[in-house]
Design a protein around this ligand. Structure first.
Ligand SMILES: NC(=O)c1ccc[n+]([C@@H]2O[C@H](COP(=O)([O-])OP(=O)(O)OC[C@H]3O[C@@H](n4cnc5c(N)ncnc54)[C@H](O)[C@@H]3O)[C@@H](O)[C@H]2O)c1
Length: 361
């Protein structure tokens, strides 16, 4: 979403009479639901805070809407709500974490902590996560690494739904990639799925009877399609950037999916979830940190100053949109779509859980 669109969106939302929820209210709501799903309270709090952070930075697709999917995964046995991550091995700059098929966020947070500690000791580090469910928004983990004054990288595979460039059929996952660099009092963080759009957006187009803009999906024989139903008739999503995004997604399969031991998305033995690799680079092990900060500031100032594009949009650094949205939503609260509140209310009703003013029937 462009900054103009984002501002228009926030303004529209402000005009609505829709209630706004504070981060604390949403975390409490999500934690209560997760706890009733079987997560120990501490795990429920960690997962809830991670989901709500996605709402706060503007990635509602990875926010508390995921409670609905997670409840299905718990009921289906994919997520063991009390499963805890453990460190399987730690040797020099390399560590492996087993997610225990619990919620993915605690496993990714543990791997992130190990990665920063290990990079401080060795200059560089890599931590894989196996038996790992959905870790949510990867930007969270590379931001933590950047806040420790290091560069972070995180990527993972996911369920097969993306066709390789020029092909038909689902081979790769939406395979997100995140990469951060610290600034003196801030950081930049790029974080995106390698598919052109999330599958959820195609689902919404089906529900609303809309056709798609060209270039998002192919049908079951690899023909470009604007009919969202074609995705569910054996079609596939396309990667962003044609051969470039497709190639990047393939490398994520070969790296995160295989190094974690989870298997590639199209491997018959792949059991779902995010085969994950998190890496950190301690800049101070390579160059003088002060010099790095000065040069980074000069570059960022120059990049933002240059301007002059045809639409005269603000030039944003990676992660800046999320930082602006975080500030706005921390101050003004988060609007949760009515249909999501209704579905979470239905879920809470199963446990006789009263969601107070969040509930919508
Ligand atoms: N765990 C999983 O299985 C999984 C799978 C797919 C995606 N995800 C997550 O989904 C989230 C959303 O992914 P997405 O592909 O929809 O993200 P997106 O297309 O919204 O891109 C977000 C990135 O682009 C940057 N950006 C956005 N607008 C910009 C602008 N105008 N100028 C400069 N930079 C700009 C943002 O700062 C951010 O780094 C990510 O957090 C990703 O990690 C997770």
């Amino acid at each position: 979403m462009s900054v103009r669109n984002e501002q228009a969106h926030e303004a529209r939302a402000a005009d609505d009479a829709a209630p706004r929820f504070s981060a604390e209210e949403l975390v409490q709501t999500a934690s209560d639901v997760l706890h009733r799903l079987g997560a120990p309270r501490q795990t429920a709090d960690v997962v809830a805070a991670s989901l709500v952070l996605s709402n706060l930075v503007g990635h509602d697709s990875h926010g508390i809407v995921r409670l609905i999917q997670y409840s299905e995964l718990v009921k289906g046995g994919q997520v063991r709500p009390d499963g805890q991550p453990t460190v399987v091995s730690a040797r020099g700059a390399v560590a492996t974490v087993d997610g225990g098929w619990g919620f993915g966020q605690p496993a990714a947070q543990l791997a992130t902590q190990l990665a920063t500690e290990s990079a401080s000791a060795h200059g560089i580090s890599a931590v894989s996560i196996s038996s790992c469910n959905h870790i949510g928004r990867l930007g969270e983990y590379v931001a933590t690494i950047a806040e420790a004054g290091q560069m972070g990288m995180a990527f993972c595979n996911s369920g097969p739904i993306v066709a390789p460039f020029g092909g038909a059929g689902r081979v790769m996952g939406t395979n997100p990639f995140a990469w951060s660099a610290p600034l003196r009092d801030d950081f930049v963080a790029l974080d995106f799925a390698t598919s052109k759009v999330a599958e959820g957006k195609i689902k919404i187009a089906v529900a609303e009877g809309r056709t798609l803009p060209p270039g998002l999906i192919v049908d079951s024989v690899g023909r470009p399609s604007v009919d969202p139903a074609d995705l569910y008739g054996g079609g596939a999503l396309l990667a962003f950037g044609e051969h470039k995004g497709s190639g990047m997604s393939m490398l994520i399969e070969l790296t995160a999916a295989l190094v974690s031991g989870m298997g590639s998305s199209c491997d018959p033995e792949y059991q779902g979830g995010n085969g994950t690799l998190i890496m950190a680079l301690d800049i101070a092990a390579f160059v003088d940190m002060e010099r790095y900060y000065e040069q980074a500031a000069t570059f960022c100032t120059e990049a933002k100053r240059i301007g002059g594009g045809p639409e005269h949009l603000d030039i944003l650094l990676p992660g800046e949109l999320e930082a602006r949205t975080l500030e706005a939503r921390r101050a003004g609260g988060v609007v949760v779509a009515a249909n999501i509140r209704r579905q979470i209310t239905v879920l809470a009703d199963e446990f006789g859980l009263d969601l107070g003013r969040f509930a919508l029937r």
